[in-house]
Design a protein around this ligand. Structure first.
Ligand SMILES: NC(=O)c1ccc[n+]([C@@H]2O[C@H](COP(=O)([O-])OP(=O)(O)OC[C@H]3O[C@@H](n4cnc5c(N)ncnc54)[C@H](OP(=O)(O)O)[C@@H]3O)[C@@H](O)[C@H]2O)c1
Length: 284
């Protein structure tokens, strides 16, 4: 039985991944932030010594984009330096290292999907710190796999789908930006692809649900699926007034993923399954 350590196991992707791998008979050692702070190098080394896994998957991160702008030291420490510690520890133990990254490493001014080897040019502290994490872990350990994803939502956690679901309960108008484009990604679909990538060569992979939309189109689809009466109206990013800039276009090409025989279903199908499961869980 293959053994997997998952850090950040209390997060939305971490929780989903623990379940997916357990269901597939992996022996999973999940570590939440309380159980393992990834900025604590000594504890990482001790943990790998004790668990002796085949794979180390890091889903832990400082993910609040606006807060990263104010808490720069912690953004670089958690998203940049801690992945280096994990990669060094994985290399010392000859453990395959998988690290999760983001579409925010790109500037967002392309008009066609970003390839894995396109130039990076992050515009936010979050994006810059995540890029450092990619680079440090690859420098530390050539066997590192980097998985960039985008617009993630899962059953537990703060995310766009859960926010729109809550807002859709009231008849108020919901204003959503219609000039930022990306690919919504269900944690379950990402988790299944991560599992498949465990047996693939190291390197950078882009993993999102297929297809793309604006945040406005995404919100409209959520409201339609919920058969809610709520009205979703488009608004420009300028008028909406976000504190931190977001990439205008961050659709990620699946070229490398597909060339390794892995294909992703489209975002609408992922969303439908997510909402149906939420409905089941709420007992409706
Ligand atoms: N969410 C998105 O839309 C999105 C998009 C692209 C890429 N990603 C990437 O996907 C990965 C998973 O994201 P997610 O949405 O699952 O994030 P999440 O729900 O915020 O989970 C991240 C987890 O990491 C934990 N954490 C923070 N600092 C830590 C530390 N020093 N040591 C150990 N754990 C720590 C957090 O704990 P606390 O909450 O207690 O701080 C949280 O449980 C991350 O690498 C993220 O950058 C996410």
């Amino acid at each position: 039985m293959k053994k997997v350590v998952i850090t950040g196991a209390g997060g939305q992707l971490g929780k989903e991944l623990v379940q997916i791998l357990k269901d597939d008979h992996y022996m999973v050692h999940p570590f939440t932030k309380q159980q393992l702070d990834i900025t604590d190098r000594k504890k990482i080394d001790e943990m790998l010594e004790q668990t002796n896994p085949d794979f180390l998957i890091n889903t832990a991160a400082f993910t609040q984009v606006d807060t990263c702008e104010k808490d720069i030291d912690n953004a670089y420490l958690i998203n940049g330096i801690a992945p280096y510690y994990l990669a060094c520890a994985a290399k010392a133990k000859k453990v395959k290292f998988i690290h999760i990254s983001t579409d925010y490493v790109f500037a967002g001014n392309k008009t066609e999907p970003y390839l894995e080897d396109d130039d990076t040019d992050p515009k936010t502290i979050y994006g810059k710190s995540k890029l450092l994490g990619e680079e440090f872990s690859q420098v530390a350990y050539e066997e590192t796999t980097i998985i960039r994803t985008s617009w993630l939502y899962g059953h537990e956690g703060k995310n766009f789908v859960n926010t729109i679901k809550r807002l859709a309960d009231s008849p108020k108008e919901i204003h959503v930006v219609d000039d930022q484009f990306g690919s919504p990604t269900y944690t379950k679909d990402l988790g299944i692809a991560i599992k498949q990538l465990l047996s693939k060569p190291p390197g950078i992979y882009h993993v999102t649900n297929s297809g793309s939309c604006s945040w406005f189109e995404f919100a409209r689809e959520i409201v339609e699926c919920l058969q809610s009466e709520a009205i979703v109206s488009p608004i420009s990013t300028d008028r909406y007034g976000l504190a931190t800039p977001r990439p205008k276009y961050s659709v990620l090409s699946h070229k490398k993923l597909n060339s390794n025989g892995i294909y992703m279903r489209n975002w609408q199908k992922g969303l439908q399954e997510f909402l149906a499961k939420e409905d089941d869980n709420s007992g409706n």
